[in-house]
Design a protein around this ligand. Structure first.
Ligand code: NAD
Length: 249
């Protein structure tokens, strides 16, 4: 039987892959045949997943341009040409009303969730252009489409990721390459990230999901896998919903 969506021989870098959704994506891409680099600010977590997947562990912070550039260089030198970039690392920030937040709290969330993906795109795209191939998938959020109350910095940072995806995709399309840039917008997925969110906010988010349940890491990983595959070559600049029906546009 023919096998579809294989990634044999391809090199993937997943940020924030030390746990949660990122680890699930790394496992899925590895199972499809890719070599995987695990980038995370938690060195032990990165190492554990990298050892499990016979991949490359890269400790670093997505906010640090020098560390991001060094990570992409390390992938290219030690694994091979990077063809799949998954911008997954993210934080929610403190749950509170917008007017109660300090400016440094807002900046931190925008730095990690928006500037981080920008820096990885900046490092990876020139290399992808040189080879005329690449797949970039960024994990945004339904919060970026709808705006969750008490999660303003998070919602704004994810809206920015969706817009960055659309701008970048248009810059790369029609240039004689096969480079696509897409985002996905999950609703609530049960991971450690929820521990830092006020339970009332989590309940609010789940109550908005018509399927009446949280999503799973495997469901998210399957969508990323499709968008990272060669087959997904006529799809760019899109934000894919994975919200159990919550999205209204
Ligand atoms: N869990 C959800 O309900 C949900 C919903 C929508 C979108 N998302 C998005 O999915 C992504 C993954 O979320 P998760 O639930 O797996 O979170 P998580 O907290 O379980 O894992 C996030 C990982 O990112 C790493 N990380 C955080 N900041 C970093 C930084 N500055 N540099 C490098 N690594 C960093 C952490 O160490 C951790 O390993 C995030 O972008 C999140 O916003 C999650």
């Amino acid at each position: 039987m023919a096998e579809f969506f294989r990634l044999d021989g391809q090199m993937a870098l997943v940020t924030g892959a030390g746990r949660g959704i990122g680890a699930g994506i790394a496992r899925r891409l590895h199972a499809a045949g890719a070599r995987v680099a695990v980038f995370d600010r938690d060195p032990d977590a990165a190492r554990t997943i990298a050892v499990e997947l016979d991949g490359l562990d890269l400790a670093g912070d997505v906010r640090d341009e020098a560390q991001v550039e060094a990570a992409v260089t390390a992938v290219e030198e030690r694994l091979g040409p990077l063809s799949i970039l998954v911008n997954n690392a993210g934080i929610t920030g403190r749950t509170d009303r917008t007017w109660n937040l300090r400016v440094d709290e807002v900046r931190e969330v925008l730095d990690v969730n928006t500037i981080g993906p920008f820096l990885f795109c900046k490092a990876a795209i020139p290399r992808m252009i040189a080879r005329r191939y690449g797949r970039i998938v960024s994990i945004a959020s339904i919060a970026g489409k709808e705006g969750n109350p008490t999660l303003m910095p998070y919602s704004a940072s994810k809206a920015a990721v969706i817009a960055m995806t659309k701008s970048l995709a248009k810059e790369l399309a029609g240039q004689g390459n096969d480079i696509t840039v897409n985002a996905i917008a999950p609703a609530v997925i049960r991971t450690d990230i929820l521990a830092g969110v006020d339970p009332a906010t989590v309940e609010y988010m789940i109550s908005k999901i018509p399927m009446g349940r949280t999503g799973t890491i495997d469901e998210v990983a399957a969508l990323v896998h499709f968008l990272a595959s060669r087959e997904a070559s006529f799809t760019t600049g899109q934000c894919y919903d994975i919200s159990g029906g919550r999205a209204t546009y």
